[in-house]
Design a protein around this ligand. Sequence first.
Ligand code: HEM
Ligand code: HEM
Length: 182
Amino acid sequence: MSIKNTNESYGSIAIAIHWLMALIIITLLAVGFTMTGMEDGDEKWGIYAIHKATGLIIIGLAIFRWIWLFINDKPKPLENWSKADIGLSHATKWILMLLMLIMPIAGLIMSLSGGHDVSFFGLFTIEGFAEKNEQLNHFFHEVHEIGGLVFAVVIVLHILAALKHHFYDKDKTLKRMFGKNK
Ligand code: HEM
Ligand code: HEM
């Protein structure tokens, strides 16, 4: 398998970053929706801190992924894909590409404008605003919360589509994301 994509196949970097980000993002969504319902206290704030630091990793990975997308060939649609398959996969791809950037940036601005420092696992700290900015905080909280819901729904549809291709159409859509091209 080559490092870069070809018109037929995903390269090892695209595949590695796809599955790494899938794992982290699905975890962040699950933890995000769960932690907000916890009782205030050290345990909750500890999980918030891990959520934030892990979310920062996504900003870095997402920037890299956008660059990688543009300097790579795009594996073309498979012959058996319908017009709807092609249209929907395009729409989904761009929504996911946008949300992977918007979500962590919104989370970061929400935290900082709420006057909270954001620590990256103790390695470095981004300082929160000295004075809380209610408007900014409120706006990005909404973006983060609604974005999280949209993200979750689109990911479920994305997974269902992958399973439909694999088990119903029996094509190589899902296998291609694992580097298999037969
Ligand atoms: C278990 C979960 C997942 C499965 C089974 C899955 C499966 C797939 C498959 C089969 C493709 C290739 C489609 C094609 O050939 O065009 C793909 C592409 C893609 N997936 Fe996923 N995916 C999952 C999770 C995610 C998540 C959480 C994200 C969120 C960022 C994501 C973002 C993308 C993007 C942006 C593409 C476009 C291809 C590219 O990287 O250039 N996927 N996914
Ligand atoms: C892709 C990355 C991320 C995903 C998918 C994600 C997902 C979520 C979700 C689903 C929630 C619960 C919805 C809500 O009540 O707001 C949440 C809450 C939260 N997230 Fe994130 N998040 C990400 C990155 C970040 C980052 C980078 C930060 C800050 C640096 C952050 C800070 C927070 C905070 C403070 C809350 C709690 C808000 C509250 O108390 O209501 N998130 N996140």
